[in-house]
Design a protein around this ligand. Sequence first.
Ligand code: NDP
Ligand code: GDR
Length: 323
Amino acid sequence: MKSALITGITGQDGAYLGKLLLEKGYRVAGIVPRRSTSSLWRLDYLDITDEIDLMDGDILDPASIMRAIRASKPTELYHLAAQSFVASSWNQSLLTAQSTGIGVLNVLEAIRGTNPDIRMYQASSSEMFGKVEKSIQDEETKFYPRSPYGVSKVFGYWMTKNFRESFDMFASNGILFNHESPLRGLEFVTRKVSHAVARIATGKQKELRLGNLAAKRDWGFAGDYVEAMWLMLQQDRPDDFVVATGRTETVEELCRVAFDYVGLNYKDYVVVDPKFYRPAEVDLLLGNPEKAKRQLGWTTKTSFEQLVHMMVEADIVRERLAP
Ligand code: NDP
Ligand code: GDR
């Protein structure tokens, strides 16, 4: 039986990946950092909490990662844990460097020190492209990160590549573009919008305050993207892959599609608030998923409109059930 250890199991991707691997017959363990309130809501939402072996641990504490590896004996390790909110990375730059950057090295060293045969997936990001050098980005595009988060991800990317080349480890980078779902954290723009649309439609909110409406992102569905993570670890050789839809939309268009779904005009509700502008912006992200298609046989299945509608729908159901 194959077994997997997932860091970041309580996050959006961790939950979808855990579900996918359970469906494939894996034994799944996950590292859960101590929090003052339960962080298991996503696993509960997908009804998989009881099927996952949850282990107390933190990626800033290498001994806890080693213990989790020894106890769960994974054949594959998916490293998803990170401080993942770009906007917070300017306010918590040192923590972001530690968790999003050094955290990767902690995991690589833990694998090297326990069982170097474990296959590792590193959650790299399109934020590494930042101030883009090419209007469509692929595996050859130069990095120019624009935030402490992006800089930390570049460190993790190169450490993964370096351990692969230095110690012959099976360690692959997935360079994933934005992917969203009903399990997205409320601070990210897609979920902020879907949540607000649901609350406005049910009479609980009056307006939606946003930052830069002109920013363009290549948005896909998280449920599709975790499949690509798994495929990367089933290859004969480790490699790096861009995972994206190949379509880009503005934040403004996101608002239009989301409000339109409930018969409202976004212009009547969206207020631009400079508070949500970033010190340095990534203006355009658009990925070329050709290599993932060719080598992994992966393609996105969910369109931008289907994704936005799915998220608004899920938030409306939640708002109707909420007190
Ligand atoms: P989330 O923010 O939803 O999840 C992050 C996870 O990391 C949570 O489980 C969180 O725990 C955990 N975590 C944070 N700090 C620590 C720590 N010190 N020790 C252990 N666990 C920790 O992110 P996503 O699921 O969206 O993303 C997964 C990964 O993919 C991240 O590395 C992200 O940077 C990267 N990525 C995401 C993309 C996206 O569009 N979603 C695109 C490209 C890359 P807790 O629940 O307790 O906070
Ligand atoms: P991003 O996602 O920074 O791309 O990182 P986010 O949804 O936070 O921002 C996307 C774009 O929307 C603009 N924006 C706003 N963003 C937020 N959060 N809130 C607002 O009110 C708002 N108004 C406008 C932002 O300026 C930005 O241009 C995500 C994360 O999942 C990372 O972990 C991951 O690596 C990248 O995607 C790929």
